[in-house]
Design a protein around this ligand. Structure first.
Ligand SMILES: [Zn+2]
Ligand SMILES: [Zn+2]
Length: 207
């Protein structure tokens, strides 16, 4: 498995490209911008782009989706069913006020426990509502991509539409902190961490 982190868009959100070394199948997680750079990376490594998976429906994570569809028509786009209306509504996903391209597309729905097969890899979908109602984390091998749910030493904001502070804390405690301390945390913004480090140091999670 190879995971490449590429900061994209005006907010520098972390986009990740996950690929299977044996089959060369690839998935892009949260393409918030820079569609051409992402496709360059895919082509340079001779990968086959199979999926786009979105951790939630905010513009800084989905901004490049329309351009990627235009460049590669045969890809599947996945988002949790509770954020799917955000993907198709440029008001709800904030692309209308963020100055980038409008995002109004449809995707296929995910729910908790779903598994996407990417060559020899399994992408496990964990529903972690709180930042948005349909926020997800994606577990693949010893890595957890946490979107805007859990950051290095912080958690996602909950003051936007559909956000809930109680819910994000509940999601993190019940569904993320139960994972192995050694598991890598790869967030939607900022540097990487581990479950153990967040359990010990994250000021939002210390009771
Ligand atoms: Zn967000
Ligand atoms: Zn974000």
């Amino acid at each position: 498995m190879l995971i490449e982190k590429i900061p994209v868009g005006i907010y520098g959100a972390n986009c990740y490209i996950i690929s299977c070394k044996n089959t060369k199948m690839a998935a892009i997680i949260d393409p918030g911008g820079n569609a051409e750079d992402l496709i360059d990376y895919i082509d340079r490594l001779g990968l086959t782009l199979k999926y786009i998976v979105l951790t939630h429906g905010h513009a800084d994570h989905i901004g490049a989706v329309p351009r990627l569809i235009a460049l590669r028509s045969d890809i599947h786009i996945y988002i949790h069913e509770m954020d799917s209306t955000m993907l198709s509504d440029s008001k709800k996903n904030f692309s209308e006020i963020m100055g980038g391209p409008l995002v109004q597309v449809s995707g296929e729905s995910l729910k908790d426990g779903d598994m996407l097969i990417l060559g020899d890899l399994h992408l496990e979908i964990i529903h972690t509502p709180g930042h948005t109602p349909g926020s997800i984390c994606i577990k693949v091998k010893d890595c957890l991509l946490t979107g805007d749910t859990l950051f290095d030493n912080s958690i996602g904001r909950t003051d936007l539409e559909g956000g809930s502070y109680d819910q994000i804390l509940d999601s993190i405690k019940r569904k993320i902190l139960v994972l192995d301390d050694k598991m890598k945390v790869m967030p939607g913004h900022g540097p990487a961490s581990t479950i153990g480090k967040e359990r010990m140091n994250n000021p939002f999670l210390i009771i």
